[in-house]
Design a protein around this ligand. Structure first.
Ligand code: AMP
Ligand code: ZN
Ligand code: FE
Ligand code: FE
Length: 286
């Protein structure tokens, strides 16, 4: 069966693989198409597209935006971004500036806890322009402060961690509308990942649909078979398409592998083709 992976992160944000290497790996593991969906940046897309041509893998230009809700962050994927993303660039720059301020304050909190860490070390760890907690976690691990990334989040960087600070993000409506205006296919990323209930999801989904949502990420490394069924059911009731991907982050989430997630994820080529057919029908570029 031909497979795809429509949710991946590179070194441009908090993955550890270069965009070119990611596409090469996609070819090696037999994926027909891969979407690069870095957080708050599109700076890895040109390299990924060039590699796509070289290795014969279809590359979808994407990004992942965080939005805030009363149940915490919800993530929105934009797929098939146009070549000209100037409409989006101002917002992305704003989000990255806010990240920078937050990272600085997190580092100060860690220093206040007696940990030897500097912002320079964090920036060195991050090879791309979008810097975040996974890079801080990697520095903590490298310096032996924690044994692994998971512990870094548990002890320091996660919601209950000693150096946690919230991140300034977009409103869900703004993120969906912005991506729609660009002509992207907009998908609600990993809807079942946080501890929400069906009623909350339904209300949130309505908000997204009202602003132009076109898909739901049913297939995801962290989704169980029951989660997938719940997503497929929501999609059917709202006439939405499905999307799916591993949320690959390279060594920052070492157990998640490209295309297969923890091992059992499979996103059929048909998912990709259906998204593309819908776009073509709407007169959007494919
Ligand atoms: P940030 O964008 O700086 O808020 O960091 C968010 C990133 O941290 C996302 O890629 C998350 O998947 C990752 N992350 C959050 N919690 C954990 C965790 N417990 N272990 C590993 N990565 C995490
Ligand atoms: Zn990430
Ligand atoms: Fe996400
Ligand atoms: Fe992601």
């Amino acid at each position: 069966m031909k497979l795809v992976d429509l949710h991946t992160h590179t070194q441009a944000s908090d993955g550890t693989t270069s965009p070119g290497d990611l596409v090469r790996q996609a070819q090696e593991c037999g994926l027909a198409a891969v979407a690069v969906t870095d957080h708050d940046t599109v700076s890895g897309l040109a390299e990924a597209q060039a590699a796509g041509k070289e290795y014969g893998v279809e590359v979808v230009r994407g990004c992942e935006l965080s939005t805030s809700t009363d149940m915490g962050e919800m993530h929105i994927l934009g797929l098939w971004l146009p070549d000209d993303v100037s409409l989006l660039q101002g917002k992305l720059e704003y989000l990255r500036r806010k990240r920078g301020e937050r990272n600085g304050r997190i580092v100060e909190k860690l220093q206040g806890l007696g940990i030897d860490i500097s912002m320079d070390e964090v920036l060195e760890e991050a090879r791309g322009e979008c810097v975040g907690r996974p890079h801080i976690a990697a520095v903590l691990m490298r310096k032996g402060v924690v044994k692994d990334i998971g512990t870094a989040f548990k002890e320091y960087l996660g919601y209950y961690g000693k150096a946690y600070l919230p991140k300034e993000v977009l409103q869900p409506e703004d993120a969906v509308r912005l991506l729609c205006e660009l002509g992207a296919t907009v998908s609600w990323a990993h809807p079942m990942l946080s501890t929400t209930n069906a009623e909350w999801r339904e209300a949130f989904l309505r908000r997204l649909v009202d602003n132009g949502l076109s898909a739901i990420e049913a297939y995801h490394s962290e989704h169980s078979a029951a989660d997938i069924r719940a997503c497929v059911d929501m999609a059917r009731r709202y006439g939405l398409a499905l999307s799916g991907g591993s949320d690959y982050h390279g060594a920052n989430k070492p157990k998640i592998r490209l295309g297969v997630g923890y091992g059992s994820l499979r996103v059929p080529y048909d998912v990709f083709e259906t998204l593309r057919t819908r776009r073509a029908r709407q007169g959007l570029s494919v």
